[in-house]
Design a protein around this ligand. Structure first.
Ligand code: C5P
Length: 416
């Protein structure tokens, strides 16, 4: 019979999932999450913090997962350690449920003082975090900063919902619905291998064009959007190289970073790494011009000309489009102040890109450096998708979804 409804969360079948449960009143709700994932066919292994065991017994999770529950860093024998490291290695995703302010703080600072935080620190697999706590604790500057840090490092957050809290207050902080949590895990697991075996190159950040050793022309780009694109590509299985201009931000772990300063250095690095690239993303704000002359000694005020003579920099992405490896998919970015979509569409066609991501910049920087972004993706002569305002990692995920939909699959002939 093939008229049966499709199995719920079918992409979880056959997956190995590690679930960390923290101590909080919502620990009992985690039981339903574990049960749903097991029913979907996943092999679920649970780690509980000591506080979590005050709310629910390990036996509950053992029965629901049909696997031993791990609670102790210092179990007897030596096999425990190897078993846990083995678990971390073979898991497809790591879900931290009922994440408390305490555990978020530990994760943000790399504190590994229990089995859960140790395993999160030891994993390179996608980590999803579903926080649950009192509204004030959630809104506290320290918690928000920790969430931002973890988010920027590429961890996925499942937003807590609003409602009645155990403390008697009404507000944000309830653990998300079990179905929302399981769907989020399924989505991450499904995406995790989309870019397996593919090389992705991303330019990020600004470039600097020096007049003399103490002065340069540049722009407010921080590389945040390019880094979010890199983290997401890595989470989907790609081998990622980021060619990055000067920035204070830390690039995501597990990507190959090449640091450059000027547009010409960026061009050289991009061309060097281009062979074998399957997808190129030009998220850098490359300076279009550089001073025609570079003075090796600092120019004295009295000697400075009042007019600066400039010359054009190479257009890195346009050159990539001209010399791209067969089948390479090219994604541009365009930050615009006026008629954003019209200008971006012109660039898309003039530079022969496969798609372009356009965002509006306002006086004072707009999207530059901000943690949120609102973009429109354009392709072809009339393809268009407006993405809702969201955090840059969430926007990056949506852009990659669009890239995956537009990019001809491997093995099929590529039309340019
Ligand atoms: O022409 P415009 O600079 O607005 O185009 C933006 C797109 O082109 C971005 O993807 C940017 O990374 C890329 N670009 C480039 N080299 C330049 C200028 C822009 O790769 N010199």
């Amino acid at each position: 019979m093939n008229d049966r409804p499709p199995a719920a969360h079918k992409d979880l079948a056959g997956r190995t999932l590690l679930v960390g449960v923290c101590g909080g009143i919502a620990a009992y709700k985690c039981a339903e999450v574990v049960s749903t994932m097991r029913q979907a066919g996943a092999d679920v292994h649970v780690i509980m913090t000591e506080a979590a065991q005050r709310f629910v017994t390990p036996l509950t999770f053992q029965a629901l997962s049909n696997n031993d529950v791990h609670t102790d860093m210092f179990g007897t024998g030596t096999a425990w350690e190897i078993a846990h490291i083995g678990l971390v290695r073979k898991t497809d995703a790591f879900l931290v449920l009922n994440a408390t302010a305490n555990t978020l703080a530990k994760l943000a600072h790399g504190i590994a003082d229990n089995l859960l935080t140790t395993c999160v620190l030891a994993t390179r697999k996608p980590v999803l975090i579903a926080p649950a706590m009192n509204t004030q604790m959630l809104e506290a500057a320290a918690t928000q900063e920790n969430i931002r840090t973890l988010h920027e490092r590429g961890m996925f957050f499942i937003e807590p919902g609003a409602g009645f809290l155990a403390c008697g207050e009404v507000g944000q902080g309830r653990l998300a619905d079990p179905d929302t949590i399981v769907s989020a895990v399924e989505q991450v697991v499904r995406r995790a291998h989309e870019l397996d075996g593919l090389r992705v190159m991303i330019t990020a950040g600004p470039t600097r064009e020096f007049l003399d050793p103490s002065r340069f022309l540049s722009n407010p780009s921080t590389g945040r959007m390019g880094f979010a694109m890199a983290a997401e590509a890595h989470a989907r299985g790609a081998e990622v190289t980021v060619i990055c201009g000067p920035t204070e931000l830390r690039p995501p772990a597990s990507v190959h970073v090449v640091r450059v300063t000027t547009a010409r250095e960026m061009q050289a690095a991009v061309m060097e790494h281009l062979p074998g690239t399957a997808i190129f993303v030009g998220a850098a704000a490359v300076a279009d011009f550089r001073p025609a002359q570079f003075a090796p000694s600092k120019v004295r005020k009295a000697d400075a000309a009042s007019t600066l003579v400039l010359e054009r920099n190479p257009d890195v992405i346009a050159q990539v489009a001209e010399r791209k490896p067969p089948g390479c998919f090219i994604v541009g970015f365009a930050a615009e102040t006026d008629d954003a979509e019209q200008h971006a569409r012109e660039k898309l066609l003039a530079k022969k890109l496969d798609c372009i991501v356009t965002n509006r910049i306002a006086i004072g920087g707009g999207a530059f450096g901000a943690s949120d972004n609102e973009v429109v993706v354009l392709w072809g002569t009339d393809g268009r998708e407006a993405l809702p305002r969201a955090s840059k990692p969430a926007v990056a995920a949506a852009i990659w979804d669009r890239i995956m939909a537009l990019r001809p699959s491997r093995g099929r002939p590529v039309t340019t």
